[in-house]
Design a protein around this ligand. Sequence first.
Ligand code: ADP
Ligand code: ZN
Ligand code: MG
Length: 527
Amino acid sequence: MRKLEEVLNDWEAVIGLEVHAELTTLRTKMFCGCKLEFGAEPNTHTCPVCLGLPGALPVPNRAAIEGIVLAGLATNCDIEKHSMFYRKNYMYPDMAKNFQTTQGPVAFCMRGWLDLDVDGPAARERHGLDALEPGQAEGNVTRTEEGYTAHVGITRIHMEEDAGKMVHVGGGEGRIAGATHSLVDYNRAGTPLIELVTEPDLRTPEEARLFMQKLRQIYLALGISNCSMEEGSLRCDGNVSLRRRGSSALGVKTELKNMNSFKNLHDGLAYEICRQAEVLEEGGQIYQETRHWDPTAKRTIVMRVKETADDYRLFPEPDLAPYDLSDEFVEAVRAKLPELPDQKAARYATEHGLSAYDARHLVDHRATADFFDACMALAAAEGDGSRFAKPLANLIINDVTAYMNAHEGFDLAESPLTPERAMELVRLVASDAVSSKQAKEVFAAVLAEDKSPEAIVAERGMEQVSDTGAIEAVVDEVMAANPDKVEQYRGGKTGLLGFFVGQCMKAMRGQGNPKVINELLAAKLDA
Ligand code: ADP
Ligand code: ZN
Ligand code: MG
């Protein structure tokens, strides 16, 4: 198979995503009062409604409707005041009712959009960018200085319920093939689920990945889901087809089911694009089918040929009245919208003078953004305004993020690195009390020993020496000890400056202020 970049020269990929999110932060299920709890003893959270027993009547969970309206408002959707629930009929043991309650042609949220900022290596997959000037637009893309912005339409977000969970026993790897029997756990059945469907507006696997990451940030900011791709509370199906460059007709698509990580979503789509290109180039045909991405074997395999909507016999749910949302309800939900990641990033740029890059990385995680906000609130209280915004952003983006990535489950909000301590560390560096190199050691020690930066600096005798007199004495000593090198330097080998700085640093056990050392050395050597 050819490489993705080559394939995308000849073919345009058309991608649309279907993203399911469980509203895990709710206390109860969608149509009954059963408790929502991940990992509970199987079948302990069930009742006649979510088991589909005859005569049981569903009652919609108002908090779940609030959750989906929040999602819709945050993704620029129109909120439909009048919508209905439908029955999607199918027979499978994971759904005791033999139908899933979902929404019909009109969902709570319709016609939204998100803009994706794509830059760096991620922008390389997009074709034809070189022909555009910054600010220039073509199709759904606007060229920016660093890459481009892609405008992605959202068809709808509808409300539905999750099915139970099947566990296949006796075969290899929990697959149904080869299993001797299967178990079913209905705890998950009836979990409120929102499904977002995008327009086929995405053009590269990177855009698909960025869309998912951005949506996850938004849902996390809204607090409607824990969005765990491993636990399955955030799941994504990728639809993809190809067409010749220049053509505007849609090709036949395949659907990749349940991509459970950002990497799998990207790699699965990239593979599928290359596979389809090969089939089409050999004169073959793409069939509309559901495929499974196997990240170990690095290929997709057919799961099933697509069923059509007719197969589900979708019809209005007779046990639930059509839903009417009042203006008051929608406005009350709108009033609860928190500051969203994009708004936050824009504020960091205008209010604190951060670069777009720094701002975007701070809002990558809700924890780091909250932490930055808490630190800036402290700085404001001290009358420091945005003076320390940039070094603080560096500390968070470099050190804190690296620590978070290396320590799974690390909770910044509960960690020994309090906003007070972070600001203390930033001030120690700003006042030259410690060097930026020492700051790394202090940072690690704060987390490891749960002490304040000042305490650590004092205990370890780490104060940086900026006293010119003390440094001058060391500089003189080093020069006196290396007369040959001094001569060479003065003869034109100015590259030796680094050697002298190193010697001074060594003599001062790393505590000399490198800036002062450099200045004094240069002055004395050039004298
Ligand atoms: P289906 O009926 O197979 O579920 P939908 O029309 O509901 O298809 O679309 C499902 C998803 O697939 C949407 O995200 C949509 O944007 C995307 N999609 C639809 N047609 C295509 C196509 N030809 N190529 C790529 N994606 C597509
Ligand atoms: Zn129940
Ligand atoms: Mg569909």
